[in-house]
Design a protein around this ligand. Structure first.
Ligand code: SAM
Length: 323
């Protein structure tokens, strides 16, 4: 067994053995002890690939395009620092973002002209990606409750040329009362226990992990997903994502909402051909989840990607009156 086991919390590893398929467990654990390649998106709100890529190549970056992610590239981990000192980085023409974190906007597929809500937005990686996909046309509301993170979000949006984003320093779990059924698409990239980002290279990444934290997060996520569903128009889409493995923060949260909004909410199957993805769990720790949850996707961490959970939902009927 890999050495990672000695460093990560034993209770976390024990849980993981029941969450990750046995065949992938060792490679998942191994991925937590090596630096990942650094991925970035060309920020089309500021410049185009035809100008940015040659500049990076001339500066000596060894770029590799990311499979099935247009406009996204990676460089070896050792070039990360130089990338953050490069000219395109300084003027906001590229944005460093893990490829797993690029998936939620790609699956939500916002269209120019639409009204989109990003309910847990800071530091704004996905808000910026949404704005770029919408070609700066339409309306994005971005909500962030933590004040310092809210200002970081604002700075990031300004630096990277997002013009259609309206920011709100508010608790996302409450906003639905003001904006019920007003959005075409809602992204909830929820606060979570962040297990998918654990790395033995930075013990800080797992220092605060506990079962209690998972419970605390799942309470927040339930309220936020409820709000996200209330905010989307009938017929609209909600993308729920976390960067954690804990089923209590993933399948369990969506399963509860499917039960609560039975007949008015459905899981939309996502098709992503990634060799490091597995279906959502059908159950865990003695609990069964709605069978549709197997159409959600778990991204297992590897040499490029962090761990993620994504589930796309469609609201098929009004949920007004559900209070
Ligand atoms: N989507 C972001 C990105 O791609 O850059 C990352 C979001 S991070 C996983 C979750 C964020 O939700 C944190 O910034 C956290 O402060 C914020 N948050 C936590 N509780 C919230 C709430 N009740 N309402 C709004 N934001 C909240």
């Amino acid at each position: 067994m890999s050495q990672t086991k000695n460093c990560l919390p034993a209770a976390f590893i024990e849980r993981l053995t029941h969450i990750v398929p046995a065949a992938q467990l060792d490679s998942v654990l191994a991925s937590m002890q090596h630096p990942r390649r650094t991925a970035f998106r060309i920020n089309t709100l500021m410049d185009e690939a035809a100008r940015v890529l040659p500049a990076l190549q001339q500066a000596g970056f060894r770029l590799e395009p990311l499979n099935r992610m247009a406009g996204a590239y990676s460089v070896p981990a050792g070039q990360r620092r130089a990338l953050t000192e490069s000219e395109p980085y300084h003027r906001g023409a590229i944005y460093i973002q893990n490829p797993a974190s690029m998936l939620p906007p790609l699956l939500l597929q916002p269209q120019p002209g639409e009204r989109v809500l990003d309910l847990a937005a800071a530091p704004g990686s996905k808000t910026l990606q949404l704005a770029a996909m919408m070609d700066n046309r339409g309306w994005i509301s971005a909500v962030e409750v933590v004040r310092e993170r809210f200002f970081r979000l604002r700075r990031n949006l300004d630096k990277h040329g997002a013009q259609i984003v309206h920011t709100y320093n508010k608790d996302g779990s409450r906003v639905w009362r003001q904006v019920a059924e007003q959005f075409d698409r809602v992204l909830l990239d929820a606060p979570c226990s962040s297990e998918g980002q654990f790395t033995t290279l930075e013990p800080e990444s797992f220092r605060y992990w506990s079962r209690k934290k998972i419970k605390e997060m799942s309470r927040k996520q339930k309220r936020l997903l409820y709000s996200a569903i209330q905010c989307v128009k009938p017929g609209g889409l909600v993308l729920y994502s976390t960067c954690t493995f804990a089923p209590e923060e993933n399948e369990a949260i969506v399963s509860k909402m499917l039960r609560k909004f039975s007949g008015r909410l459905e899981v939309v199957p996502v098709e992503v051909a990634l060799e490091n993805s597995v279906p959502g769990l059908s159950g865990w720790n003695g609990r069964r989840y709605a069978p549709e949850l197997q159409q959600a996707l778990r991204i297992l961490p590897n040499e490029l990607m962090e761990g993620f959970f994504v589930c796309l939902l469609r609201k098929t009927g009004s949920t007004m009156g559900d209070d």
